[in-house]
Design a binder for this molecule. Structure first.
Ligand code: FAD
Length: 378
């Protein structure tokens, strides 16, 4: 074995695939019972509908190298992601655009009129002196749109009143002064035509790659654990950085999600793939309906059944799946200390969202893995 990769998410698999293609023998271990990390999807057994087990995953990128690389393993559908939100019993398009503004104010503003209105409403606070998330959001989009679409949704995401959240949790709140309601504005977007798992499986389909599931790097009863491998061969580590150092500099905090999946005997539950719930009355933040991600599979999916998933957000405890970094000042200080420790760890390369404590979209995980391979591992 020439290289050990800990974690089979997009970061780990990209490094493993590149290493195998260049003739190295690679072993990939993952503590879960499947490859793919959070991008993993599976067919719901009663309906055959592809479900993203860890929440809806939409692929999008403006990076030509990542797009070219991804297309070696899968083709993409022409799915374009659009999100809606329910507020006060009415459905609006998200992110906030001219359609949202005109529907909300019951008006027919031109782009310039809507821009002037938002600018006037936002004048209530100065962005630079905002004391908390609420003031910052009002300084960006004005109180009415904030109270309708941001306040309660953010409170549910963080289980915290936005007046008690720091202003730097948000840097910008996108508002489009056109009727363009596309969620992403990247050059390329789409969903893998045969599903995420088929894409991920093709990445490891190489004689030089050995995958071992249900194998935890810190479990000393399995042969490829940290003490047994450190210093013997290069290791790409994509698990949590604080766990690697036995939490010596404290526990980095994360938010996690709980998912509640249901099969319904209706052809269509909500008419779209993702519906956000902006008000406090609904305890969940959004509902995913998976058949809408693949309209081209209408012939293969059941006509009279559908799968939905409600998503709830909360702070993670140590046993929960870490999903989004909380990034408090003490997390940032801890991360700097861990980076320093990581620099001293010869032969271990920390990567991916857990190994670097940052939110990465799939294209960012693939892009940074390609950079690590090209610049540090070849
Ligand atoms: P991961 O996918 O987390 O993989 C890390 C792997 O390491 C895991 O499989 C884990 O089991 C394994 N591991 C950890 N510790 C150990 C250990 N001790 N021993 C062995 N294995 C270990 N991206 C998009 O582009 N579009 C989206 O729409 C999108 N939606 C998302 C929705 C949610 C809810 C979340 C959480 C993420 C979303 N992402 C999305 C981000 C996407 O999931 C990540 O970019 C991608 O998963 C990062 O890959 P990774 O390899 O860094 O990490």
């Amino acid at each position: 074995m020439d290289l050990l990769v800990v974690g089979s998410g997009f970061f780990g698999l990209t490094v493993a695939e590149r290493a195998a293609a260049s003739g190295r023998k690679v072993t990939v271990i993952d503590r879960r019972d499947h490859i793919g990390g959070n991008a993993y999807s599976e067919h719901e057994p009663q309906t055959g509908i592809e479900v993203h087990r860890y929440g809806a995953h939409l692929f999008h990128t403006s990076n030509p190298a990542v797009w070219e690389y991804a297309n070696r393993f899968t083709t993409f559908t022409n799915y374009v992601h659009r999100v809606f939100t329910t507020h006060d019993g009415v459905v609006f398009p998200m992110p906030i655009n001219l359609g949202t503004i005109n529907q909300f104010f019951g008006a027919a503003y031109s782009p310039a009129e809507a821009r002037a209105l938002v600018h006037r409403l936002a004048g209530e606070f100065d962005e630079r002196s905002a004391q908390n998330l609420e003031e910052k959001a009002i300084a960006l989009i004005g109180r009415p749109l904030y109270e309708a679409f941001i306040r309660n949704y953010t409170a549910k995401q963080w289980q915290t009143d936005p007046r008690k959240l720091p202003a730097d949790v948000i840097s910008r709140l996108p508002v489009r002064y056109t009727y363009d309601s596309r969620y992403f504005d990247d050059t390329w977007e789409g969903l893998p035509a045969d599903g995420y798992t088929a894409w991920l499986e093709r990445m490891v389909d190489h004689p030089n790659i050995d995958v071992r599931l249900r194998t935890d790097f810190f479990d000393e009863t399995q042969p490829l654990h940290r003490r047994a491998t450190l210093g013997r061969l290069p290791i790409v580590y994509t698990g949590p950085i604080d766990r690697y150092f036995d939490f010596a500099e404290g526990v980095l905090s994360w938010r996690t999600l709980d998912f509640e999946q249901e099969v319904h005997d209706v052809a269509d539950f909500q008419g779209t793939s993702v519906m956000n719930y902006a008000d406090a009355e609904a305890p969940f933040t959004r509902i995913h309906e998976f058949k809408h991600f693949h309209p081209e599979r209408a012939d293969r999916y059941p006509r009279d059944r559908t799968v939905i998933m409600r998503e709830y957000s909360r702070f993670a405890s140590r046993d929960d799946e870490p999903y989004y970094p909380v990034n408090t000042p003490s997390d940032r200080a801890g991360l700097l200390a861990y980076r320093e420790l990581a620099r001293g760890e010869d032969g271990v390369f920390f990567g991916g969202r857990l190994g670097t404590y940052q939110y990465l979209d799939m294209h960012m995980a693939i892009g940074s893995a390609l950079s690590m391979w090209n610049n540090r591992l070849t």
